[in-house]
Design a protein around this ligand. Structure first.
Ligand code: URA
Length: 424
């Protein structure tokens, strides 16, 4: 077997078998296949696609490239969630303690943000002292003690994805449904969880922009999860405008706390309740209605909020020292009217450029900066009334560029439905 034949096969729209996929993935991880050869294969996959069967083989080959995190010493069912990434997506910070308060185990590994989307690990690291580097023993003990632990993905968890993703990032090969599905699912399946709930974001600020692609991605990931014997479901949720009001690490933690206290935006609260309900219904094998009642009870009686505080303290975070920059600029509307749209992608890029995210993996994040929206789609705004606040530190910002992220018109515009569909 050789890599050139495999590339030619995919270029000619033929299917690859499991041995060929294993050969390509292992060869690349071991340095026997060059970057230019792997890029060529990836581009052939982007153009000619992969069948479901090939995507499952690819997922399996990626999982086998590293160690599986053995969580068998955790007592009881383990549930996990994953979002395909968006702007202002702080749902994990709310959903994880909410589900843990329902007495299910949330044993979660997360990544850092890259590009315009934020990562949960960065948000948690904005809490002074919070330790994201737990070894397997500490991780398991913490879940057994308090039902929740969240740590950074280790280097030996799916090393093939790290290497392939880095190459995709610089060769125009990120945008492929089978490559995205196998990349995400290999990392989820390498932690031996029992339940996986996926939040596939669709819209301007998401990795997939069209409804058709989002449905394809969601159903492919659900099939992969099920084929590995894991209960897997996905929801499709809107990412045309940012999720909630805060973009930027410490600001998002602060918004998560507001939501857990019952003081948050109605839409994002509803999304978190839906994700938590799906995790609880599958994790406890109870009806959706029973699960939803339990989740709402834990939110309303603040047990979820107290679970959040217990979790942060256990991982040495000091929430009282959360630092948000005091260099604040209030951006005012230049006209009166209804908000028609807010460009999530552009705001995500602006937040990244002022230090809330990274352009390159090595970049350092400024946790204290970000954006807080005062108006969302459908709201009415008067000329000179505040649209948003921007929290700056060392970097400057182009005010005109920010104002242009808001489109304002005379007619009322109904916001997009946040929860679009459920894929089982
Ligand atoms: N997130 C991932 O982990 N992988 C992808 O390919 C895209 C988004």
């Amino acid at each position: 077997m050789n890599i050139i034949d495999i590339i030619n096969k995919k270029r000619n729209k033929e299917s690859l078998n499991n041995l060929e996929i294993d050969f390509a993935v292992n060869g690349f991880v071991n340095g026997k296949i060059e970057d230019y050869q792997m890029s060529s294969l990836l581009m052939a996959i982007v153009i000619n696609g992969m069948s479901e069967e090939e995507t499952i083989y690819l997922t399996e080959a990626m999982i086998k490239s590293g160690n599986i995190m053995d969580l068998n010493d955790i007592e009881g069912v383990k549930v996990d969630k994953h979002s395909t990434g968006g702007v202002g997506d702080k749902t994990t910070l709310i959903v994880a303690p909410l589900v843990a308060a329902c007495n299910l185990n949330v044993a979660k590994l997360s990544g850092r943000g890259l590009g315009h989307t934020g990562g949960t690990i960065d948000k948690l690291e904005s809490i002074p002292g919070f330790n994201v580097n737990l070894n397997e023993k500490e991780f398991i003990k913490q879940v057994n003690d308090i039902n929740i632990a969240l740590a950074s993905q280790t280097n030996n968890l799916v090393p093939a994805d790290k290497k392939i993703y880095a190459l995709r990032d610089v060769t125009g090969t990120v945008s492929s449904i089978p490559l995205i599905a196998s990349s995400i699912m290999s990392k989820k399946l390498a932690t031996s969880t029992d339940v996986i709930v996926l939040d596939v974001k669709v819209g301007k600020g998401a990795i997939v922009k069209s409804m058709e692609e989002a449905h394809l991605l969601a159903s492919l990931m659900v099939k992969i999860g099920n084929s590995f014997g894991k209960k897997t479901v996905a929801i499709l949720s809107d990412m045309d405008e940012p999720l909630g009001c805060a973009i930027g690490n410490a600001l998002e933690v602060e918004e998560a706390i507001r939501i857990l206290k019952g003081e948050g935006d109605e839409d994002i609260t509803k999304l978190c309740v839906t994700l938590a309900t799906l995790m609880v219904t599958l994790g406890k094998n109870i009806s959706y209605k029973e699960a939803r009642e339990l989740v709402l009870e834990k939110l309303h009686n603040k047990e979820a909020y107290h679970k959040f505080l217990e979790w942060i303290k256990y991982q040495h975070g000091n929430i009282d020292e959360l630092k948000i920059s005091d260099k604040v600029i209030s951006i005012k509307s230049q006209k009166t009217g209804y908000i028609q749209s807010i460009d999530a992608l552009k705001l995500g890029e602006i937040a990244r450029n002022i230090g809330a995210g990274r352009l390159r993996k090595e970049d350092k994040i400024d946790y204290s900066v970000g954006i807080l929206l005062s108006k969302k789609v459908g709201d009415y705004v008067l000329e000179n009334e505040e649209l948003l606040k921007i929290y700056l530190s060392t970097k400057d910002v182009n005010l005109k560029e920010i104002i242009e992220t808001y489109e304002i018109g005379p007619e009322y515009k109904e916001p997009n439905k946040l929860i679009i569909d459920l894929v089982k």
